[in-house]
Design a protein around this ligand. Structure first.
Ligand SMILES: [Zn+2]
Length: 154
């Protein structure tokens, strides 16, 4: 078996997250709540040569499909990622993640004085100023959040 064959080694049922920005596989694993104690096969490939990205990471999770919040979080860290749903070894659905222009609810503002951090029922809203490297600006106070700030919350 060649090295390439091993990397694309198939899972039976689950999700393959491909084209993850190089170096972010473990962040994706964290977003999915996978720890050493969770069940099911998890395959992680890092620093795989890619025509599009230079180096990419791949995460394959057996027995799992992702919910929308997980997909949105992955989009923040790896805007070029694709999500492949696998059933019985076949890819039955493949879609690119998409970073919306507005991020609602999944990131908290890092400014403690921001109204979205008060006791008011105010949903955090961020504008995506730049995808890669990530730059979000808070709708309420203009505070800038970068990838490392967002990662701390996941
Ligand atoms: Zn704010």
């Amino acid at each position: 078996m060649t090295e390439t064959t091993l990397l694309v080694s198939k899972i039976k049922d689950g999700t393959v997250i491909d084209h993850i920005t190089g170096g972010h596989a473990l962040d994706v694993v964290k977003i999915l709540g996978i720890t050493g104690k969770t069940n099911g096969i998890v395959l992680i490939a890092m620093h795989v040569p890619s025509k599009q990205l230079g180096l990419k990471d791949i995460v394959k999770v057996e027995g799992r499909e992702l919910d929308q919040e997980e997909v949105d979080k992955i989009a923040l860290l790896a805007p070029g990622a694709s999500i492949n749903i696998v059933r019985n070894y076949q890819v039955i659905d493949k879609k690119r993640v998409k970073l919306p222009s507005l991020i609602l609810g999944i990131v908290k503002c890092g400014n403690p004085a921001c109204i979205s951090n008060s006791n008011e029922p105010v949903q955090p809203i961020f504008y995506v100023e730049q995808e890669e490297p990530l730059r979000l600006s808070c709708h309420y106070c203009g505070h800038i959040m970068e990838k490392k700030d967002v990662l701390q919350q996941f």
